[in-house]
Design a protein around this ligand. Structure first.
Ligand SMILES: Nc1ncnc2c1ncn2[C@@H]1O[C@H](COP(=O)(O)OP(=O)(O)OP(=O)(O)O)[C@@H](O)[C@H]1O
Ligand SMILES: [Mg+2]
Length: 377
């Protein structure tokens, strides 16, 4: 087991910056996901850790050892790729045994380690099969087994479930969580699937365009996303965003966006950001914080998407589309007028500015959590 540290690690390919000054400290035994859209630098980060790519500058440590100058084989890490890359002509047992054979481990010991890995991954009955005789999930387990026998300090997993169908994915997800609980090893897991990251990780590092956006627990990232990017990336359906202005009005604050006008509890926005003519902001509200109430503001149902245990509903709220969720017993029809409330304690505000500084979360002191906003037409 080992902690893994990135200290101001920078990676450029020619003029293109793939990773910008990444600092990340992963605890021993922790399950950390690197999450972000395609091209944000996840694989590059993992490959640098594995020794398959050199950082342009910065230091990478495993345990207390700086590994920058160590060859991949000396780093005591096992990497599992998206494509399992099993040897087709070898049996399951031979595939798992291969790294041990390469290291010159004695035969009896090899057998013992293969058996242990096979038990841990429930592969005992498949040891004599060839990869082509296995399902995708079974192949993935063999690839994991091959990593497991090496008893590495940490596992690096690059989208290992992305070739599997939805059902198998969720099954393997549970198996990986269980494996992590059982062996307690540091695991660094690359994914662009936010649900996967949310359900599996102790902490998630959210990356966008080579920059670390937020590194925190799934709950904290969900509750207090630091930027518009993180807020929009985490959660399904995606957070509702409404661009508008906040200005003082007497002893209150008002959020305005076209015909929509929303009274706010005072401490929601950093006072120094606030001028009399208002500041441009983006209001964010999650679908579960949109509610129906007879005395709520006038809105119209646009589209209803039943999912079985609930329905996702698109509303028109003063020309803004807002997505909410209702229980299976609430029947709504397109065109139907309804009253909507937004939970004031759960509103998020982001700086509307563009560029590197734009899109940051505005200080939302939620001391006023009990206050419910009323919408004024
Ligand atoms: N050897 C290379 N030469 C030039 N550019 C590269 C090289 N490897 C990666 N890149 C670029 O660096 C960026 C990050 O790539 P990376 O593979 O780390 O993305 P990723 O987050 O893993 O994406 P995906 O989810 O699609 O796998 C991309 O824009 C990619 O094109
Ligand atoms: Mg990748």
């Amino acid at each position: 087991m080992a902690k893994v540290t990135f200290d101001r690690v920078h990676k450029a390919f020619g003029a293109f910056v793939a990773l910008e000054e990444l600092s990340l400290s992963i605890q021993s035994g922790e399950f950390v996901s690197l999450l972000g859209p395609s091209g944000c630098g996840k694989t590059t980060t993992l490959r640098m850790l594995a020794g398959l790519e050199q950082p342009t500058r910065g230091t990478i440590s495993v345990g207390d050892r700086v590994v920058n100058d160590l060859a991949p084989g000396q780093r005591d890490l096992a990497m599992v790729f998206q494509s399992y890359a099993l040897y087709p002509h070898m049996t399951v047992a031979q595939n798992i045994e291969y790294p041990l054979r390469k290291r010159g481990v004695a035969r009896a010991r090899r057998r013992e380690l293969v058996e242990r890995a096979a038990t841990q991954l429930q592969l005992e009955a498949l040891l004599d099969r060839k990869p082509r005789q296995l399902s995708g999930g079974q192949q993935q387990r063999v690839a994991l087994g091959r990593a497991l026998v090496r008893n590495p300090a940490a596992f690096l997993l690059d989208e290992p479930l992305s070739n599997l169908d939805a059902k198998l994915r969720s099954h393997m997800r549970a198996e990986l969580i269980e494996l992590h609980q059982r062996i307690g090893k540091t695991m660094i897991y690359v994914t662009h699937d936010q649900l996967e990251a949310m359900t599996m990780s102790d902490r998630i590092a959210v990356l966008d365009q080579g920059r670390l956006q937020q590194f925190d627990t799934p709950q904290e990232i969900y509750r207090r996303p630091v930027s518009l990017f993180v807020a929009g990336f985490i959660g399904t359906p995606a957070m509702n965003f409404i661009r508008g202005t906040i200005r003082p009005d007497g002893n209150r604050l008002i959020f305005e966006a076209g015909r929509l006008s929303l009274k706010l509890p005072r401490p929601l926005v950093r006072p120094d950001a606030l001028r009399d003519d208002g500041v441009a902001v983006v209001l964010g509200v999650r679908s579960e914080d949109v509610g129906l109430a007879a005395d709520g503001e006038r809105a119209t149902v646009k589209v209803v998407e039943p999912t079985g245990h609930e329905s996702i509903v698109f509303f028109d709220l003063m020309d803004h589309t807002v997505v909410g969720r209702v229980g299976p017993d609430v029947h709504l029809a397109p065109g139907q007028p309804v009253g909507l409330t937004l939970n004031a304690a759960k509103l998020h505000f982001f700086d509307a500015g563009t560029g590197a500084e734009g899109g940051r979360r505005l200080n939302a002191d939620q001391a006023s959590a009990a206050v419910t906003a009323s919408l004024v037409a």
